[in-house]
Write a protein that binds this ligand. Structure first.
Ligand code: FAQ
Length: 311
């Protein structure tokens, strides 16, 4: 019986059909999905902080409204993703506890500080750009609820990327000081953006199994290459220099050659030793504690509804 179930699962995955919440799945598949989707959800929620830092200091009402909407979108992405983990039997409150106790990861990129308003544009362009590159293939991931969440997330991320690029275009048409601000921001965010795709394939512990289960559709290095190829012409059009002396078009490969990020720095950030790790978690922990009264009120209201036979 167990063999038959496993066979049916394998057949579904091989046929590029979707595994749905009530289907049988191997424990490892469920565990890997909860890990990856929860990390992704946590990244969206923690990812609100670096840009949120500029909402109160945006240079115009228009820029403030745009930024506010973008940051709210990230909250929405976190919620779709937490819902997807719940279809696998995870508990959102438990995942939040794991995040704020530092027992579950979120993307390394959000542990870097946003020093100028140009960082808002560069996050939209490079960070949302990298997120799109990574997430478009996930629209074809084998787990149905995750794939469907990704379709909506990707549409919104594309919009975010365009707003970032438009902001940078505007700054590049401005004063020399504004152009310098954009270049400085690109210099600081380029390498961390390449790290978003995860360690090199040779050091990636999960890729092989996740590819076999069709949870991941590309390796970390494949997606990093795609991102570089996509970004170089955009940088040229913008008029900024990507801070990599090894970056150049390779005619034979039909791709750009590029240098490696500082992988020691990456692992340090993942371990919690980045510039902003402590600040990000402390802020998230405080927001969670400050929101306790909302959760209590919602529970009391739900209990009252049940008592009165409404729900
Ligand atoms: N940061 O074996 P692999 C966004 C960990 S959303 C921290 O290669 P995997 C939207 C990894 O967990 C950005 N940790 O892992 C936005 C594993 O540790 P574990 C988030 C990382 O899972 C934009 C270990 O290293 N996107 O930006 C990172 O097969 C703007 C070994 O790595 C997603 O989560 C990292 N960068 O591949 C929001 C997309 N990379 O768990 C606001 C979905 C690796 O075994 C503003 N996730 N690690 O203890 C994925 O596609 C994959 O999980 C990867 C990593 C590709 C990130």
């Amino acid at each position: 019986m167990a063999d038959e179930l496993e066979l049916a699962f394998e057949r579904t995955v091989q046929a590029e059909a979707r595994i749905e919440p009530r289907d049988w799945m191997p424990d490892g598949y469920r565990k890997t999905l909860i890990r990856q989707i929860a990390q992704h959800a946590h990244s969206e929620i923690i990812g609100m902080q670096p840009e949120g830092n500029w909402i109160s200091r945006a240079p115009s009402l228009r820029r403030k409204a745009i930024l506010l909407a973008k940051v709210q979108d990230e909250a929405g992405h976190g919620l779709y993703l937490y819902s997807a983990t719940e279809t696998l039997g995870a508990d959102r409150a438990d995942l939040t506890d794991k995040l704020i106790e530092g027992r579950q990861k979120y993307s390394s990129i959000f542990n870097y500080p946003t020093l100028t308003f140009a960082d808002v544009g560069v996050i939209g362009w490079l960070v949302d750009g990298a997120a799109i590159c990574n997430q478009v293939p996930l629209c074809r991931t084998s787990y149905g609820p995750y794939a469907r969440a990704m379709i909506r997330v990707c549409k919104e991320e594309s919009f975010h990327q365009r707003q970032g690029y438009e902001l940078l275009m505007t700054m590049m048409r401005g004063t020399q000081a504004q152009r310098d601000m954009v270049q400085d921001s690109v210099n600081r965010w380029w390498w961390p953006s390449l790290m978003m795709f995860g360690p090199p394939d040779s050091e990636s512990s999960n890729t092989e199994q996740s590819m076999a289960w069709r949870i991941k559709r590309n390796t970390n290095d494949e997606l990093r290459q795609k991102f570089v190829d996509m970004t170089v012409p955009q940088a040229e059009k913008l008029g900024v220099t990507l801070p990599d002396p090894l970056l150049k078009w390779n005619e034979e490969r039909g791709h750009h050659d590029f240098g490696q990020p500082d992988w020691d720095e990456f692992w340090q950030v993942v371990k919690g030793n980045g510039v902003c790790n402590e600040q990000r978690l402390a802020h998230r922990r405080k927001a969670h504690e400050d929101g306790a009264w909302v959760r209590e009120a919602a529970e009391a209201y739900a209990a009252k509804q049940v008592k009165e036979g409404v729900a």
